[in-house]
Design a protein around this ligand. Structure first.
Ligand SMILES: [Zn+2]
Length: 377
């Protein structure tokens, strides 16, 4: 038996009873967060989407302008969060997961804001909890119900402050906790998975997991439509029609992929107790890659997320292995590194020790070995 400490996230929803002054600050922060979201969305619509770092830098300038100086009254961490939310909406749009971001209306959107926990260099914390009181930026100390410091525990991540349509106020405290999992450390049900180039993935058991059927058909269609779109006049009727068609194909691709990822992740966590896989830097890759590969990388991130939360349900440990770990180039039998394998076109190779390798299978075996080391570590 081996004890394993797995980080998990938990949310605690509590009612709060702010006084009038605190209500004013909360309402202002909710309104200002929505305003900030809409302001930068409008800016993005006019000048194209810049990036969150730029927009966060613009915030203090807005506070110093007379007509928007009221932003100073709101929790500034929440306003930055609004920009991060907008960034997420744009990333989802760029990935084809969702449509173009919409403005947030006072009536249609949730009355809430999120504020992050962090420790300042001075040692003070943005959010503090003592007993059944919480200190939120700008709002200061406020009593909450249902839970107390002891039952919440864990490491504070963030707090969402919300107001119901009937005027009640709530907070949802998000914390990271450590769950202790005991695993039978046998050799059964342990696999390494390598992200494939041709297939979706390959396991250390030698199973090649193919990409879902029909997917390439839709991807080709998408590429064709996007080429057509580039030739149309932006904003014209035909351009609009084509845009709509493209959104539909994106949706189809997303559905096929999601369904595939759900079925695969469920099967793997049920069949195994220990799964190791590469921890890819998705954000970095998306910026640097072409469309086809990019879609694979994005689904790899989703796949990892699914394995992780389903692993919790089925008591299967998911171990991520550092992506810089040279899994393809190292011989699984003798440990010799073969730099020629860096070349992605090398599918099979023979090591100087005589071992013959399938590129991806060798990589998945190395990932499993590295994962075991980290688990025992
Ligand atoms: Zn070797």
């Amino acid at each position: 038996m081996i004890k394993r400490f797995v980080p998990i996230e938990r949310g605690y929803k509590c009612r709060i009873y702010p006084n009038q002054k605190q209500k004013d600050i909360i309402n202002q922060t909710i309104g200002s967060s929505r305003w900030v979201y809409n302001y930068f969305l409008d800016k993005a619509k006019q000048n194209g989407y810049a990036n969150k770092t730029q927009y966060i830098k613009d915030l203090p300038k807005l506070k110093n302008q007379e007509e928007t100086s009221w932003l100073k009254n709101a929790d500034s961490i929440a306003l930055q969060q609004s920009i991060r939310d907008l960034d997420k909406a744009f990333q989802d749009f760029f990935n084809g997961d969702k449509g173009f971001p919409n403005f947030k209306s006072k009536k249609g959107s949730r009355l809430s804001y999120r504020t992050e926990y962090f420790k300042r260099s001075s040692g003070t914390e943005s959010i503090e909890i003592k007993g059944n009181k919480i200190k939120l930026p700008k709002v200061s100390w406020i009593k909450f119900s249902n839970y107390s410091e002891e039952n919440i525990g864990g490491k504070l991540n963030n707090v969402t402050v919300s107001k119901s349509r009937t005027g009640k106020y709530y907070i949802s405290i998000n914390v990271e906790k450590i769950k202790v999992v005991e695993v039978n450390y046998s050799n059964d049900g342990q696999i390494g998975i390598d992200l494939g180039l041709k297939d979706f993935a390959i396991t250390s058991e030698g199973e090649k997991i193919e990409n879902p059927k029909h997917l390439s058909k839709y991807e080709n269609k998408l590429a064709r439509l996007q080429k057509q779109l580039a030739r149309k006049k932006e904003g014209s009727n035909n351009w609009q029609k084509l845009k709509h068609k493209i959104a539909k194909v994106h949706e189809k691709i997303k559905n096929v992929r999601t369904d595939f990822l759900h079925k695969l992740s469920t099967r793997l966590v049920k069949e195994n107790q220990f799964i190791c896989l590469e921890n890819l830097n998705i954000e970095g890759m998306v910026k640097n890659s072409k469309l086809g590969k990019h879609i694979t990388d994005v689904s790899w991130g989703k796949f990892t997320d699914m394995l992780e939360y389903k692993g919790d349900w089925y008591n299967c440990i998911i171990q991520k292995v550092d992506r810089f770990f040279a899994s393809s180039q190292t011989c699984n039998e003798c440990g010799t590194k073969n730099p020629n394998v860096k070349d992605l076109s090398v599918r099979n190779w023979t090591c100087e020790c005589g071992a013959e390798h399938d590129r991806d299978l060798n990589a998945s075996l190395n990932i499993l070995q590295e994962g075991k080391k980290l688990l025992a570590g």
